[in-house]
Ligand binder design. Structure first.
Ligand code: GAP
Length: 506
């Protein structure tokens, strides 16, 4: 059986072959950690955005949308803390000349030990069979306990160093753990330095007074600086939220994981403004609601887990990730943060404008506290794609690759196929296509044998194939083939719109 790394490689090559994701600037050998979305990728991406927008904005009367500009006043990034603190600790290996995130080197070391523990558990499971008590084994097995102690020590030392900005301590930790460069195999490391992740550029022509501005590293600040505008124009009452989808840019040091970590990516963020003192209650509510959103797409619950942050960002009083089991392991998909009144207070200070909300029920003014839900669109895309990618051996021994994408997100909802390219079947199929394409993204395909055409649709995740045959000309019925079960049913042409609509409804 293929291991996870092989599966990940297969998903990446499938994504390219079938027009989901291409490396950016491909004919120039690509641009590191930047990707383009192809003809099916853009559909899937738009459908994910739409699914999120409908859940967050359409289904919440107290959440409204926003589309703020990528370029913003540079002082915003001073106020938000990004100019001074949005950096990662980096380290170079002198032999391979490769650059790494120092904290990720330690995290990878910890992940390897965790893998060892999991192997011990698997072995014991096989040995003891039904009588196996996993919790007890983890709590008492000497080898597991030894590994666990090593992990805990590395994690604690790393968190202490990061909290105290002790970069020499991070270097010492890497040395003590005897971590080697994965490329050169050597331990010839430089000092650890902070590396700011924001891209900067100049506003205005060079002859004028130049001004350094930043490509936004998160969409959230566009929401904060529009808090007063939206609250007033929308007559919003606390608690309320502002949601936004848009590009963000980070000069990531480690950028080798396909669309998991990109330098240009998209976020879907929502800031929820609440009364001070109620934020932790809302934090728990949003954690539950966001997990439910992920589960509503039909992905098995064991693929998700909460990961509370040990090290809180400078603006947070509680934070938690929703992690997804990617082929590269459990990794952050979404962050839920209780950001206190940090951002609004900072913007009030730096802008000199009063940013307060008058609460008519309490008859007092205050700066609202904020719960943020922040999810990467590209990571969600990768989660959906990797969960959908399935290799199957069929009853007749043939193989198929099928993307079991939830129908509501599938790039193409239905494909209309004349069984053969003559006898008036293409004309009839075109008639059906012309009706369906008004409501759904559809395709028409008459090239190659019907079996090959089904395989092509399986590979891009089309939930329905509608086949027009000779009987269609007599009684206006077609066969409709369901992607996952491959079962075919004969239905009247008139019922197609309703069948597809039902299947793709939220
Ligand atoms: N406003 C809060 C914020 O930006 P974050 O945890 O840095 O928080 C939120 O980012 C989400 O954005 C992450 O959970 C992840 O899904 C996505 N994300 C962050 N950096 C990314 C990158 N380099 N490439 C792709 N997605 C990224």
């Amino acid at each position: 059986m293929a291991n996870n790394e092989d599966i990940f490689k297969k998903i990446i090559s499938h994504a390219k072959e079938y027009g989901f994701v291409f490396p950016s600037s491909d004919i120039y050998d690509g641009l590191s950690a930047v990707y383009d979305y192809g003809e099916y990728g853009v559909e899937l991406k738009n459908n994910i955005k739409n699914y999120w927008w409908r859940a967050m904005v359409q289904n919440h009367e107290n959440i409204v949308g926003l589309d703020s500009a990528i370029f913003m006043h540079p002082t915003i990034w001073k106020a938000s803390g990004h100019v001074d603190a949005f950096s990662d600790p980096m380290i170079d290996n002198r032999d391979s000349k490769k650059r790494y995130r120092a904290d990720v080197l330690v995290e990878d070391y910890v992940a390897k030990i965790e893998e060892k523990i999991n192997k011990e558990v698997e072995k014991a499971k096989k040995r003891f069979g039904d009588a196996f008590n996993e919790a007890q084994f983890r709590a008492t097995n000497p080898r597991v306990l030894e590994h666990q102690a090593k992990m805990d020590e590395a994690n604690t030392r790393l968190n202490n160093c990061l909290n105290e900005n002790d970069l020499a301590g991070v270097k010492k930790l890497i040395e003590d753990l005897e971590i080697v460069c994965p490329v050169s195999g050597s331990r010839n490391w430089t000092e650890v330095r902070q590396f700011n992740l924001m891209f900067s550029t100049q506003l205005g022509s060079l002859s004028e007074e130049t001004n350094t501005i930043y490509l936004r590293p998160e969409t959230a600040q566009g929401i904060f600086v529009n808090f007063l505008n939206v609250q007033k124009s929308g007559r919003m009452k606390v608690p309320f939220g502002i949601a936004q989808i848009g590009k963000a840019f980070r000069n990531e040091i480690v950028a080798r994981q396909f669309i998991f970590r990109m330098r240009e990516f998209e976020q879907m963020e929502m800031q929820f403004f609440v009364r001070p003192g109620t934020e932790l209650e809302w934090f728990e509510k949003w954690k539950a609601e966001r997990l439910q959103w992920h589960l509503s797409l039909g992905t098995a619950p064991e693929n998700f887990r909460f990961h509370p942050h040990d090290k809180l960002a400078h603006y947070a009083n509680a934070a938690c990730d929703i992690e997804f089991k990617f082929p590269i392991g459990f990794k952050e998909l979404e962050g839920i943060h209780s950001r206190t009144d940090f951002d609004l207070t900072a913007h009030q200070k730096y802008s000199g404008r009063k940013i307060q909300y008058f609460d008519p029920e309490l008859n007092e003014s205050y700066i609202p506290y904020v719960i943020e839900t922040s999810i990467g669109l590209d990571r969600t895309f990768l989660a959906i794609l990797s969960n959908a990618y399935t290799e199957e051996v069929l009853e007749d021994g043939s193989e198929r690759v099928v993307l079991k994408i939830p129908p509501v997100l599938a790039p193409i909802k239905a494909t209309v196929l004349p069984l053969i390219k003559k006898d008036g079947l293409p004309e009839k199929a075109r008639e059906i296509m012309d009706v369906l394409k008004v409501d759904f993204m559809c395709q028409y395909d008459e090239k190659d044998a019907i079996g090959r055409r089904y395989r092509r649709q399986d590979a891009i995740g089309t939930p329905y194939c509608i086949t027009v045959d000779h009987q269609t000309l007599q009684d206006n019925t077609v066969t409709i083939r369901e992607r996952d079960s491959m079962l075919q049913e004969r239905v009247p042409i008139d019922s197609l719109t309703e069948i597809i609509r039902k299947k793709i409804s939220i």
